[in-house]
Write a protein that binds this ligand. Structure first.
Ligand code: TXA
Ligand code: MG
Length: 323
């Protein structure tokens, strides 16, 4: 509670200038910034005091490691003690992009950044404002998604402000994020690359580069290897129900629907969003969740999709939200 009070009294500066936002990082403060996936909440990875501020602002459990963001491949040397061959191949094909690689960590990165793990998750965002901001900061930034723990990741600066206004120093404003789901997290420290979190880079794409890539078993994901996955994630307050055939749903006054099929009853829902394809569905999902929560919707019906390509990550988020 103390932390909450302490975190909620500051003035949050809104800016479109990466240089102005970078000044807050240099002072040891924390800044929300756009990426192609979702907005991140950044701190200098070498500044333990700044890293602590992220936990307080987000109400984040201390055993959940951060993803570290870089603007230049050369910065990997500041973070990873070794870049395995599998990681080199993924970097060549997917950096910059929505892919986080888990690598062996160097000692100089504070353990608080990786929740005590000897590995470190690194990614280079594919977003011009994010890259300008990282360059202006001149250091890699530890950045979880810029939401309060437990709420859906923010895809607009307005969503960041609704969760974190008064709790962080600055929001670097950008447009709506392009992808809308978080990055794919792949552990490259073992003999076979293992996907710890499904995301925008698909299993199929990774297998084109390294065919043995596989999805880590649930047990492994919930072990200390990727502690973040054990927490409730991506969840609106409203109840989420996944439906395979939206025509079977009986709309009620306080229910909403998101999916890809236009059904006759759609206008009887309080809100609905029909998405032309899986990319648009992924792009809209978290924003729709937040829109429904703001209006106190009680049930959100979400149409299921085929679990392949980006659909696999989308189904993962729907399943997490529905638990
Ligand atoms: O798209 C994204 O990844 C966004 C943007 C801001 O980059 N970031 C993001 O961060 O989603 P966060 O903190 O919400 O999720 C980080 C995930 C967690 O599931 C965490 O457990 C996992 O990455 N992770 C980070 N470092 C790890 C490590 N060393 N080993 C295993 N998992 C790790
Ligand atoms: Mg998050």
């Amino acid at each position: 509670m103390n932390a909450l009070k302490k975190g909620s009294v500051m003035r949050t500066v809104l800016t479109e200038s990466p240089q102005r936002a970078a000044k807050f990082i240099a002072q040891g403060d924390i800044v929300a910034f756009p990426t192609e996936t979702v907005y991140g909440l950044g701190a200098n990875v070498f500044d333990e005091k700044a890293l602590r501020k992220i936990f307080i602002a987000k109400n984040r459990p201390a055993d959940n490691p951060f993803i570290i963001h870089i603007a230049d491949i050369a910065d990997l040397a500041l973070l990873a003690s070794r870049v395995p061959r599998s990681a080199e191949k993924f970097i060549e094909h997917f950096f910059p992009g929505p892919l986080t690689l888990v690598l062996p960590k160097v000692h100089s990165v504070p353990l608080i950044a990786t929740a005590g793990l000897s590995t470190i998750g690194v990614r280079m965002p594919h977003h011009s404002v994010a890259l300008s901001f990282l360059q202006a900061c001149g250091v890699p930034l530890a950045a979880p998604s810029a939401n309060l723990s437990g709420t859906p990741s923010p895809t607009t600066w307005q969503s960041v402000a609704s969760d974190l206004n008064g709790r962080i120093s600055c929001i670097l404003k950008g447009g709506r994020t392009k992808v809308g789901l978080e990055s794919t997290v792949v552990d490259c420290t073992g003999a076979v690359p293992q996907i710890l979190r499904l995301g925008a880079v698909t299993l199929e794409q990774l297998r084109e580069i390294i065919p043995s890539t596989r999805i880590a078993g649930r047990k492994r994901v919930e072990s200390p290897k990727s502690p973040g996955m054990k927490y409730r994630h991506y969840s609106p307050r409203a109840r989420v129900i996944i439906v395979s055939n939206p025509r079977d749903v009986r709309p009620t006054v306080n229910a909403a629907f998101i999916g890809m099929e236009v059904i006759p009853a759609v206008k009887n829902f309080r809100f609905h969003r029909i998405c032309a394809d899986i990319e648009k569905y992924a792009h809209e999902l978290f924003d729709f969740f937040r829109h429904c929560d703001d209006a106190n919707v009680s049930i959100i019906y979400c149409q299921s999709v085929e679990p392949k390509g980006l659909g696999l990550a989308l189904m993962d988020r729907l399943q997490r939200a529905s638990h």
